[in-house]
Ligand binder design. Structure first.
Ligand SMILES: [Cu+2]
Length: 660
């Protein structure tokens, strides 16, 4: 038997042990919030081989100019959609069929900086039909078909420099927004930069987006010369309005990091676009001459066409009262985000110590009561207190962007303090915060800027990667981080590297999208002028020093695979039609000395590779996509003779008996 003292001692030790265990458990719980590696966390992102992810996520490619498609929660890269940059892997932007997509008023632009993806919506909910994305540098908006993951339309935005506040959509997909980040003379003129205040203007643009293939600038609003940064459209009660942040109300044109950081408050511009429509209908606009390109993809012809537009409707808020109001917003605001119910407008001031949340209903009341502080170029500035719902106190440093989970919470990314802050946007109470690694920019919750967020996950897109992956020299891929937001506390699940620098992203449940995704292009519907739908129709034709080779591809040969009679000085157009009608059987085509890309041709599609042979001899070509067991046999030869020689055109596959 144990003595009483011993019992007490053991009891005490047990108590201590339990205490240590409890502390240990708590510490472990804390650790698990930020560190991956436990079974619990791993199982939340594990998608077994052969199984699909729950969400498609579309991340902008930033300076890559493209869109990358990831599965969530696994973080697996599943596709890269070609949009604003040439792609040697597929031939996009190199082939004569796709080159018109990259035409602009500045000529052929083979690169851009893509920033914000936006899904088309029905009743404020992403519908999985289209994805829009902006080009920032040469201002444009692209429409991507989510049935084929192909860019179908690109519209240039005139009177704009730095198309950043774009493409944010109305809940019915009627319009998408665009704006000039950098104010410039509108129309352009040669003036001293120091005449900024006098000569520089901004524009806010509303792009008609509801008719596929027919995007156009519905109208532009001429604004004071500030920097217009980001936007979101109203929904529910605020349908008919759009909100744009602006900074540099100081109108600085040099050393902005100091000179544009002087004012305590800048603005969110609230635009009543329904009112603007009324003024347009009444003819109260100026038809301003300008030049901009509209490029669209003809699905039947498998090629793009460009049209040049020559004017745009511009309205001036001075002459159109009630279209624009300014909401004072501290300080150099970046993102502006509207709550799912459409009532709250969150301003994210990069240099602000609070996050102001404006109330839409208070704004309407303030307008009615003319609670104006002053006017700027005829635009009333509403009183801050008259429109403010609340300020989130001590949110974190450098707030940039906000998304919503549909359960009454908002999540704001804080760049400087590298964290996500979660708060109840009605009560203004902060309920959780979690670090990001490192320096988060945008964040995304599936449906998080819509009327019905799916919630569940939050994706942080971080600007600095540092030590998160194996080092790869001075250049490191940017890093995304996935968080579980189903509980009271956010939990870090996964890091994964991204392509380019993703800015914004969108995600949608996979089942809404995958049922519509096409697997082939029907060969019977192919109206490409150089398509051949059967081997017997394949041909080689000379027109002066142009040679058109209409060639077919099917497992595992080209028709023709031997061609003679080509000469130095010829321009040879290989028009390749893939005769396959089976999912995931592309064929490729590459020929030695080709001075740009190879091409990858999808089943039922026709694509062209242009080749200018430089020296006599025999040139081999081959299929670049491993298509069958005899893929290595999918090859051929072109004989090139000296300029002016009289070798006759001759082409065949198999024996020269099939020669035409
Ligand atoms: Cu092949």
């Amino acid at each position: 038997m144990l003595g009483k003292k011993k019992k007490l001692l053991i009891g005490g030790l047990l108590g201590l042990l339990v205490g240590v265990l409890l502390v240990g458990c708590q510490q472990k719980k804390e650790t698990m919030r930020t560190e991956v590696g436990t079974t619990d966390v791993a199982s939340k992102v594990y998608v077994p081989p052969g199984k699909y992810d729950e969400f498609y996520a579309f991340l902008s490619g930033g300076f890559s100019g493209q869109v990358s498609v990831y599965g969530l929660p696994s973080g697996r890269l599943i596709n890269v959609i070609k949009v604003f940059a040439q792609d040697p892997e597929s031939g996009y932007g190199y082939t004569p069929e796709t080159k018109p997509m990259l035409m602009t008023s500045h000529g052929f632009i083979p690169w851009d900086d893509s920033h914000h993806t936006e899904l088309s919506q029905t009743d404020g909910v992403p519908n999985g039909r289209w994805l829009f994305i902006n080009a920032n540098n040469t201002p444009r908006i692209a429409r991507i078909d989510l049935f084929s993951f192909v860019t179908k339309e690109i519209l240039e935005i005139p009177n704009t420099a730095g198309n950043h506040a774009s493409p944010f959509i109305t809940p019915d997909s009627k319009y998408i927004t665009a704006a000039t980040r950098f104010s410039i003379p509108i129309p352009q003129k040669d003036v001293p930069i120091s005449s900024y205040a006098e000569n520089f203007k901004g524009t806010l643009s509303f792009i008609k987006a509801d008719e596929p293939g027919k995007m156009d600038v519905a109208f532009q609003i001429l604004m004071p010369g500030f920097d217009y940064d980001l936007a979101h459209c109203g929904k529910g009660p605020s349908y008919g309005w759009a909100f744009f942040t602006c900074y540099n109300t100081e109108q600085a044109y040099t050393l902005l990091e100091i000179n544009a950081s002087r004012n305590d408050k800048d603005y969110i511009a609230a635009v009543n676009w329904k009112k603007a429509e009324e003024y347009i209908a009444q003819g109260k606009y100026q038809e301003m001459p300008t030049v901009y390109y509209h490029n669209y993809w003809d699905e039947k012809k498998h090629m793009a066409f460009s049209e040049v537009k020559k004017s745009v409707k511009v309205i001036n808020p001075k002459e159109c009262p009630g279209v624009v109001y300014y909401l004072p917003t501290p300080k150099s605001p970046h993102g502006v985000d509207v709550s799912p119910d459409g009532e709250y407008i969150v301003g994210n001031g990069k240099l602000a110590t609070v996050i102001p949340i404006h109330s839409f209903s208070k704004m309407l009341k303030a307008i009615e009561q003319k609670a104006f502080e002053k006017e700027v170029d005829g635009i009333p500035v509403l009183k801050y207190d008259a429109v403010l719902h609340c300020e989130i106190q001590k949110p974190g440093l450098g707030p940039l962007h906000t998304e919503f989970d549909g359960k009454g919470f908002a999540y704001t990314s804080c760049f400087v303090s590298s964290e996500v802050v979660k708060y109840d946007y009605k009560s203004g109470k902060v309920v959780d915060r979690i670090p990001t690694y490192y320096s988060i920019g945008h964040l995304m919750i599936p449906g998080g800027d819509s009327t019905k967020p799916w919630g569940k996950y939050l994706l942080a897109m971080n600007k600095i990667t540092k030590d998160r992956y194996l080092p790869t020299g001075p250049e490191l891929f940017q890093s995304a981080q996935l968080y579980d937001i189903t509980g009271d506390k956010m939990q870090l699940l996964l890091d994964f590297p991204t392509i380019g620098e993703p800015h914004y992203a969108q995600a949608i449940p996979a089942d809404l999208l995958m049922k519509n995704v096409i697997k082939i292009y029907p060969l019977a519907e192919n109206e490409h002028p150089y398509a051949v739908k059967a081997e017997k129709d394949a041909k080689v034709e000379r027109k002066g020093n142009e040679v058109h080779v209409c060639m077919t591809m099917i497992r595992s040969h080209f028709f023709p695979d031997n061609i003679e009679g080509i000469m130095v000085g010829d321009t040879v157009y290989f028009h390749l039609t893939n005769l396959e009608q089976d999912w995931d059987i592309p064929h490729g085509f590459a020929i030695r000395g080709s001075d740009n890309a190879q091409i990858l041709v999808m089943p039922g599609e026709t694509k062209t590779l242009v080749w200018r042979p430089k020296a006599p001899g025999i040139h081999a070509f081959y299929c670049t996509d491993f298509c069958s067991a005899l893929h290595q046999e999918m090859q051929g030869y072109v004989r090139v003779s000296p300029e002016g020689s009289n070798v006759p055109l001759k082409y065949y596959t198999g024996t020269p008996i099939t020669q035409k």
